[in-house]
Design a protein around this ligand. Structure first.
Ligand code: GDP
Length: 318
């Protein structure tokens, strides 16, 4: 299920509580929670998380739920006041369920760690890592564009010596954006290029120095070692992991592998436009324990949206 459909499904499920006949019973709550659970799992959200979330929501609203066999014993004189009280309670319960669902989803998307905030007037070295095809080079161009447009002195370094054409791709983007770049057609050592490029731009007082790295298809040891060596050489202020939303649950392993190898400080999820389920990438954030800073929503330089967990979830749930 794609993200937009997931939002609609969650809203529909929660609405069932609103239109109930004045009581929210255990059975109704269970039915709504299993609707929500199914929708999240169909969107590739991590199953373990979904189950914890369901239990937490239940715990939060349990004391307000009526038992199914809760006959109207104490309501013999079933008058208007009683009915109103029930309506009020039901509406409170549905609001509480919604609030609990929102809180749990925000918790998933917003780990404890705060995002690195770049500072003006000093060099901020930002290292981008991720598998080949995740959208790293495109995202770097978008990220450079984002800061350059806001007046930051921005530069890019291409430390991907593995993929033929990687430097040309970065160079093309940099030229279009009029952002200075550093790379080499002859030097084969990505660590040397990263170090030289960063040193040069630091000396020239660049404020945002973005380093592109190699990807490859799997999170094999060689790639992760290379990331560690580059990180040791350039000592980044922030390491950004780029993850592809179309990859479903598979990104969880990638996220774990990268965050075990280098200090992933932030995450950018790409390709949330189109038909990505997104839930897999969104739940992989929990594996990195690092916040999402942007979402990629297309192939153009402007298709990068700053991420805020609360507004993302409230938009999703309408
Ligand atoms: P890299 O190997 O990680 O550097 O990946 P690239 O930056 O070369 O991107 C791989 C493909 O994904 C390219 O065709 C990009 O245009 C595309 N791409 C990257 N980000 C997005 C995005 O947010 N949305 C869409 N639809 N495509 C993207």
């Amino acid at each position: 299920m794609v993200l937009a459909e997931l939002g609609g499904k969650l809203r529909d499920s929660l609405r069932k509580l609103h239109t109930s006949s004045g009581r929210v019973t255990q059975t109704q709550l269970n039915a709504v929670l299993s609707d929500i659970t199914r929708a999240l799992i169909e969107s590739d959200v991590n199953v373990k998380f979904v189950m914890t979330m369901r239990d937490n929501v239940k715990k939060n609203v349990e004391q307000l739920i009526e038992k199914d066999d809760d006959d109207d014993d104490d309501d013999d004189d079933d008058d208007d006041a009683n009915e109103q009280r029930r309506q009020r309670r039901a509406s409170n319960v549905s609001k509480l369920v919604q609030k609990a669902v929102v809180e749990e989803l925000v918790r998933l998307l917003q780990p404890q760690r705060k995002a690195y905030v770049p500072r003006r007037g000093k060099p901020n070295v930002v290292l981008f890592v991720g598998l080949q095809g995740a959208g790293k080079t495109t995202t770097i161009a978008k990220y450079a564009n984002y800061y350059q447009r806001r007046g930051w002195k921005t530069a890019m370094v291409c430390a991907d010596t593995f993929r033929a054409g990687a430097f040309d791709q970065l160079k093309q983007n940099a030229t279009k954006l009029r952002v200075p770049f550093y790379g080499s057609y002859t030097e084969a050592d990505p660590v040397a290029i990263a170090e030289e490029g960063v040193d040069q731009f630091v000396q020239e007082h660049y404020e945002m120095i973005i380093v592109d790295t190699s990807g490859r298809h799997r999170q094999e040891a060689g790639l992760l070692e290379e990331m560690q060596e580059i990180a040791a050489a350039v000592r980044p202020d922030n390491t950004v992991l780029v993850m592809d939303a179309t990859q479903g649950q598979a990104v969880n392993d990638q996220a774990m592998a990268f965050s075990n190898a280098v200090d992933v400080g932030s995450v950018i999820i790409t390709k949330l436009d189109g038909h990505a389920k997104g839930g897999g990438a969104l739940s992989a954030v929990a594996a990195t324990e690092s916040p999402i800073i942007f979402l990629g929503s297309g192939e153009h330089f402007d298709d990068l949206d700053p991420f805020n967990a609360e507004s993302f979830v409230s938009k999703l749930l309408g």
